[in-house]
Design a protein around this ligand. Structure first.
Ligand code: SF4
Ligand code: SF4
Ligand code: SF4
Length: 316
């Protein structure tokens, strides 16, 4: 296939490019030079945005002793200590490690996994975001990729951790179904559906004389109807994960594309993520964000290849 041979050439070229990129030493990943000579920022890992109070105390102490007594919180749940002298990096790293604080990631690799509180504590949460973040972290954190690679897990369509702005975004999702029992025909769901895809129809065949329907093509699987119907007449016929690919901010922003609107098991999500990263590592060019690889090759064919790769992984 022309597409395949073209991409094999590109893939080989990309591998050479990646191999030629000057990478930081493994013990310096997460440490970046500041504009001030000899000073560094230490980026720390806060998986799913969580750190224990003990870890926070240790971070504060290291910032006091080796930095300027300031801890910077990044937009991606990252924690950074700035102004650490290069000669203090090893001691600071050791003090953090003793408190169980790991270094974060920088450069062309998988960054810290973002997650909102999810179903564990949030009433809107559809999925256990923290558990999935841990699984993704174990498999992919610091894995080398053609450019930086960001993953976010968000518990529902409120999208607090901005799944659409990440190379892979995973969002809790439901497939709604209307059940006549209990429905008072109040019509509120027509207005609270955020994308207005619920319709009321007269139905002389039904005992109630009406029914409510969803346009499944346009439904964003958001769980507003199942959460807000006062009689519980909207139920989640299926629930699980929407998987999005190719989102990025930065100089050339791109909104993520839907890879699969709803998969029901964590195993399927993990297979999709593995397949997507493998695809990107094979076909992405150096410094090309995943979304721009998708645009260069075409969404349909990329989606097809990733889904096929995931299926093979699940079957194995
Ligand atoms: S995305 Fe949903 S589950 Fe997560 S914190 Fe926001 S409202 Fe809660
Ligand atoms: S499904 Fe719920 S919100 Fe919609 S009309 Fe029936 S009772 Fe009202
Ligand atoms: S899941 Fe969301 S988008 Fe779909 S019908 Fe319910 S409220 Fe509307």
């Amino acid at each position: 296939m022309k597409w395949e041979s073209q991409n094999r050439k590109e893939s080989n070229a990309m591998s050479e490019q990646v191999n030629n990129v000057k990478q930081p030493a493994p013990d310096r990943i997460g440490m970046m030079k500041l504009t001030q000579p000899e000073l560094y920022v230490m980026r720390l890992k806060a998986l799913a945005g969580d750190l224990s109070s003990f870890q926070l105390a240790a971070i504060a102490e290291v910032a006091e002793r080796y930095g300027k007594g300031v801890v910077h919180l990044s937009t991606r749940q990252g924690v950074e200590i700035h102004h650490v002298h290069k000669d203090d990096l090893d001691d600071a790293k050791l003090a953090l490690a003793e408190a169980g604080v790991e270094m974060g990631a920088c450069g062309p690799r998988v960054r810290g996994i973002l997650a909102c509180p999810g179903a564990e504590t949030c009433k809107w949460g559809v999925i256990d975001t923290k558990q999935l973040a841990r699984e993704l972290d174990e498999r992919h954190f610091k894995r080398e990729t053609p450019s930086k690679f960001k993953i976010s897990v968000t518990g529902c369509a409120h999208n607090c951790t901005k799944a659409n702005e990440n190379d892979i975004g995973i969002r809790g999702a439901i497939e709604p179904r209307w059940e006549a029992a209990g429905c008072t025909d109040c019509g509120h769901c027509l207005s609270f559906c955020p994308v207005k895809v619920i319709e009321r129809r007269d139905d002389q065949q039904a005992a109630e004389g009406f029914r409510y329907e969803v346009d499944e093509e346009r439904c964003i699987n958001c769980s507003v109807c199942t959460s807000m119907c006062p009689t519980g007449s909207w139920i989640a016929a299926r629930s699980g994960y929407s998987v999005l690919i190719g989102g990025t901010m930065g100089k050339i922003p791109r909104f993520a594309s839907v890879l699969n609107p709803l998969v029901e098991t964590e195993a399927e999500v993990l297979a999709l993520v593995e397949s997507a990263i493998a695809f990107y590592c094979e076909h992405g060019r150096k410094k090309e964000r995943f979304g721009h690889t998708i645009d260069r090759l075409g969404l349909d064919i990329v989606r097809e290849e990733i889904l096929e790769g995931a299926l093979q992984r699940v079957e194995k």
